[in-house]
Design a protein around this ligand. Structure first.
Ligand code: FES
Ligand code: FES
Length: 156
């Protein structure tokens, strides 16, 4: 069955079963491999994208559930104000180690900053607790989110 979804501002039509996870549509059909597969069960956060700005696990989000919601992926998050701040802070704090989890981390952090420009430690913990990093970059992630929040306060 054909489904048309809006991905990074562009309508994309794919012919798949309705229960196909968005993750596989992005990676296998649209060639957007920045979004990663980790667990496939909404337990690790590697596959996080935004649906209408909300962080969403694409591994358990079926194509027939998306409707008109706008899908944003790591390929385009840098075009949003919050995503740009987060990516700059990630570079500034040298957050990344192996990198595998980082697309999902950045998508969750960007959604946090967009909805809450000055998060507390508790807000950060709540927003990021579903994103697992086997390299243990959690301390730098927290520092980078705080740096991005400070830049938000400066209007940057
Ligand atoms: S691959 Fe989706 S949460 Fe792990
Ligand atoms: S940077 Fe390696 S899993 Fe997070």
């Amino acid at each position: 069955m054909a489904f048309t979804i809006k991905v990074n501002g562009v309508d994309r039509t794919v012919d798949v079963d309705g229960d196909t996870p968005l993750l596989w549509v992005l990676r296998d059909m649209l060639g957007m491999t920045g979004t990663k597969f980790g667990c496939g069960m909404a337990l690790c956060g590697a596959c996080t994208v935004h649906l209408d700005g909300a962080p969403t696990r694409s591994c358990i989000t079926t194509i027939d559930s998306i409707g008109s919601a706008a899908v944003t992926t790591i390929e385009a998050i840098g075009e949003t104000p919050a995503g740009r701040k987060i990516q700059n802070a990630w570079l500034g704090r040298e957050v990344v180690q192996c990198g595998y989890c980082q697309s999902g981390q950045i998508m969750s952090a960007s959604a946090l900053i967009a909805s809450n420009p000055h998060p507390t430690d508790s807000d950060i913990d709540d927003a990021m607790s579903g994103n697992i990093c086997r390299c243990g970059t959690y301390v730098r992630i927290r520092e980078a989110i705080k740096q991005a929040a400070q830049s938000a306060g400066q209007g940057g």
